[in-house]
Design a protein around this ligand. Structure first.
Ligand SMILES: [Zn+2]
Length: 279
């Protein structure tokens, strides 16, 4: 879709399934299952949708899905279905992995950074986007490379350490511009240094909310993932952000929603809802 002087293309790296209870934290199942039906293992289906931003500065990808390195056990546990994946989505956009010039990470969990690297036939893991530089937030990198018991399963070194080794990883320490029309804002909450991406052209703003608002089912303030390390920080940021998103009519890209790619958050009689936008 054309967005001022930018072009935004939501891509797709398949589906995964995560425990519904974990996805909705303290929300009781009778409430969340109306929005996201569970399978026989209590899992709900989530999409992985990296966002492609084309500007005068070049082609940028925000997050890259889960990639192709997950082993069979994890593929089963997480119900990963990549029968349609990022390679297909890039081809549909007339591109290949080699077209991408810049890759930006919202954070370094495996369902966002898994696609940053790929395993060659000889087993070597290398940057998947061979002509790209990658940008991660400094403190998120520190956390990802010094995991503890609570976040270790989400940070798989093979997804990001080879980028550093290959010399293609750059760091952004603070909130601010990344490239033409694109800036990052730290939310905290999900991880201490999780960030969202604000995309601005003229007077319009689009936001890639990553795991702050992973699906349209999460637009109510207390619908916060059990995965979040600092849920009260999520709540504080989300409260302010939602007000802003409604008042200023931000176009929201929902990275994990299985059906709705993007839309506007509206409020009527105190109830929030999403007006989907076809992109
Ligand atoms: Zn995620």
């Amino acid at each position: 879709m054309q967005f001022g002087d930018l072009e935004l293309t939501p891509l797709f790296d398949g589906y995964l399934r995560l425990d519904g209870g974990a996805m909705f934290g303290t929300v009781p199942k009778p409430l969340w299952q109306k929005r996201a039906p569970a399978d026989d293992k209590n899992r709900i289906t989530l999409a992985m949708r990296p966002l492609l931003v084309r500007s005068a500065a070049g082609l940028m990808l925000i997050d890259a899905g889960i990639g192709d390195k997950m082993d069979e056990k994890s593929t089963t546990i997480y119900g990963i279905d990549r029968s349609r994946n990022l390679d297909h989505a890039l081809a549909d956009a007339g591109l290949t992995a080699d077209s991408i010039q810049l890759v930006l990470a919202s954070h370094l969990h495996f369902d966002h950074a898994g696609g940053f690297t790929t395993r060659d036939a000889d087993g070597t893991i290398r940057p998947r986007f061979r002509h790209a530089r990658y940008v991660a937030r400094t403190a998120e990198w520190e956390d990802a490379t010094h995991p503890h018991e609570r976040n270790r399963a989400s940070y798989l070194p093979e997804n990001f350490v080879p980028l550093k080794t290959a010399g293609v990883l750059e760091f952004a320490a603070d909130d601010g511009p990344i490239t033409h029309g694109v800036r990052v804002v730290r939310t905290g909450g999900h991880t201490m240094h999780h960030q969202i991406v604000m995309i601005e052209s003229g007077s319009r703003t689009a936001v890639f909310t990553a795991d702050l608002i992973p699906t349209t089912a999460h637009i109510d303030e207390p619908w916060i993932m059990g995965y979040d390390l600092y849920p009260m920080d999520t709540l504080a940021f989300k409260r302010t952000f939602l007000r802003e998103a409604i008042d200023r009519e931000y176009l929201i890209f929902f990275e994990h929603d299985p059906a709705i790619v993007a839309g506007y958050i509206r409020e009527k009689d105190g109830r929030k809802y999403v007006e989907p936008v076809t992109v």
